[in-house]
Ligand binder design. Sequence first.
Ligand SMILES: [Zn+2]
Length: 96
Amino acid sequence: MAGTRRSPIRTCIACRRPLPKAELNRLALVEGRVVEDREKKYGGRGAYVCHELECLDRILRNDRRCLDRAFRKKVKFLDLAELKRKIEAEEVLQGV
Ligand SMILES: [Zn+2]
């Protein structure tokens, strides 16, 4: 076996691109706040967003409906500043 276990495909909630789960950031709803589920420690419903800053920005700026849809409830609070910093740092590294 080559050990290339395929990652399941999930869709970015902002750009709707289907990507392997490993290339997406998982978001979870914890006590009414959307947080990055970096260690996959939160169970339940998750939402996925790709590593494009544009996508995270879209969610942060206005389009919470995609979160509402992903979590099937109204989302009021976002706790994603750290994730945004991380993605910005990645873009700097890539020289975008
Ligand atoms: Zn995206």
